[in-house]
Design a protein around this ligand. Structure first.
Ligand code: HEM
Ligand SMILES: *[C@@H]1O[C@H](CO)[C@@H](O)[C@H](O)[C@H]1NC(C)=O
Ligand SMILES: *[C@@H]1O[C@H](CO)[C@@H](O)[C@H](O)[C@H]1NC(C)=O
Ligand SMILES: *[C@@H]1O[C@H](CO)[C@@H](O)[C@H](O)[C@H]1NC(C)=O
Ligand SMILES: *[C@@H]1O[C@H](CO)[C@@H](O)[C@H](O)[C@H]1NC(C)=O
Ligand SMILES: *[C@@H]1O[C@H](CO)[C@@H](O)[C@H](O)[C@H]1NC(C)=O
Ligand SMILES: *[C@@H]1O[C@H](CO)[C@@H](O)[C@H](O)[C@H]1NC(C)=O
Length: 317
């Protein structure tokens, strides 16, 4: 009788372990089901960046905006239709997020190699990592096994993605809502070492804030007037916008952050010391950035039999 209960207990524990593993992402999730996945994504990212350097930044941001809205489930990739409103036209995304064609191209190559196997959410997570690496940043291991959502939420996108108007305490609580720490906030904001922002995003900072270098503000004002030219672009890192490095943090020390939210990280408060550390210690920045990316990439994935593997990333099967 005792051995009967023992066997039952072992079975229960074993099934709990299987269950837990099914919900956990794993780097070798596709190693037998789609062995060519890594080289296909890497090649697709490289080709896209060689065509247009900015696209690496855009792919990184696309993954961020996917993960911050109900988890990393490729919900951001769904197109609006006459009967469905998705995230692409939400306030933080409309006329701003880009890179969808690159994901489409990679997905169609992946579908040819291993049909119906790899999720769009996983392709996006890999493309973000490969972009950072190609532009000179750190590498990290991407856990895989995410599945794709069958829905998207414009209202969640409106409210969950942090706005550049936020102050430090609001940024900290936004990240905390996603299970990310203050250190993750500062390290991941280092993404702004690459890419561009629109006049409409940095206008309030260059006209209304006092914590900005005067000549830097003046030169930005000359291309971004008080009204109009909303879509004129400026680099988030004025020094090396196509290279992934720690100059973003050095800019903050000199009051040359482009967005209000950037300069909030270095304005006499609790995060000043981390900004100083990353500005002087590139290795520390790379290490914490990679850790933060792994955490962000793990936000609420759909696993097991939840969601689906979309065939076309833009629409539900
Ligand atoms: C801390 C809060 C954050 C705020 C308030 C913020 C805000 C913004 C804004 C307003 C833009 C410019 C968009 C435009 O004008 O079209 C931008 C660009 C960008 N953001 Fe963030 N962001 C934040 C964190 C992050 C994180 C965590 C990542 C990545 C992990 C990221 C990656 C990027 C990249 C790479 C770009 C440039 C995209 C491109 O050139 O296409 N940002 N961000
Ligand atoms: C190359 O980049 C341009 C934008 O600079 C884009 O319009 C075009 O679709 C890209 N072409 C390829 C093949 O990626
Ligand atoms: C998105 O941008 C387009 C083009 O500027 C605009 O016509 C449309 O109204 C915007 N959509 C939303 C939901 O704001
Ligand atoms: C989201 O923001 C857009 C653009 O500001 C607005 O048009 C729309 O009504 C908002 N939608 C929801 C569901 O919150
Ligand atoms: C930050 O912004 C929030 C929300 O707008 C506001 O309630 C709070 O008082 C602000 N905090 C500081 C320190 O300015
Ligand atoms: C600056 O602040 C004032 C007062 O809050 C506001 O009316 C104005 O729209 C802001 N200007 C910009 C460019 O954000
Ligand atoms: C930055 O800090 C200064 C000094 O504490 C303060 O006066 C200012 O309002 C802050 N600026 C912003 C944009 O938070």
């Amino acid at each position: 009788m005792a051995s009967y209960y023992l066997i039952l207990l072992v079975l229960l524990v074993a099934s709990a372990v299987v269950e837990a593993n099914a919900n956990k992402l794993s780097p070798d999730f596709y190693s037998s089901k789609c062995p060519k996945l890594f080289p296909i994504v890497k090649k697709g990212v490289k080709k896209a960046i060689r065509n247009e350097t900015r696209i690496g930044a855009s792919l990184l941001r696309l993954h961020f905006h996917d993960c911050f809205v109900n988890g990393c489930d490729a919900s951001i990739l769904l197109d609006d239709t006459s009967s469905f409103i998705g995230e692409k036209t939400a306030a933080p995304n409309n006329n701003s997020v880009r890179g969808f064609e690159v994901i489409d191209k990679i997905k169609s190559k992946v579908e040819k190699a291993c049909p119906g196997v790899v999720s769009c959410a996983d392709i996006l997570a890999l493309a973000a990592r490969d972009s950072v690496v190609y532009l000179g940043g750190p590498a990290w291991e991407v856990g895989l096994g995410r599945r794709d959502s069958t829905t998207a939420s414009r209202s969640a996108a409106n409210t969950s993605i942090p706005a550049p108007s936020l102050n430090l305490s609001a940024l900290i609580s936004n990240f905390a809502n996603h299970g990310l720490s203050v250190k993750d906030l500062v390290a991941l904001s280092g993404s702004h070492t690459i890419g561009l922002a629109r006049c409409t995003s940095f206008r309030p900072h260059i006209y209304n804030d006092s914590n900005i270098d005067a000549s830097f503000a003046k030169s930005l004002q000359s291309k971004c007037p008080r009204s109009g030219n909303d879509n004129v672009l400026a680099p988030l890192d004025l020094q090396t916008p196509t290279h992934f490095d720690n100059l973003y943090f050095k800019n903050l020390l000199n009051s040359k952050g482009l967005l209000h939210s950037d300069q909030e990280l270095f304005n006499g408060s609790s995060t000043d010391s981390l900004v100083k550390k990353y500005a002087t210690d590139n290795a520390a920045f790379f290490k914490d950035f990679a850790k933060g990316m792994v955490k962000m990439s793990n936000i609420k994935p759909l696993t097991g039999s939840k969601g689906q593997i979309r065939i076309n990333c833009r629409k539900v099967n």
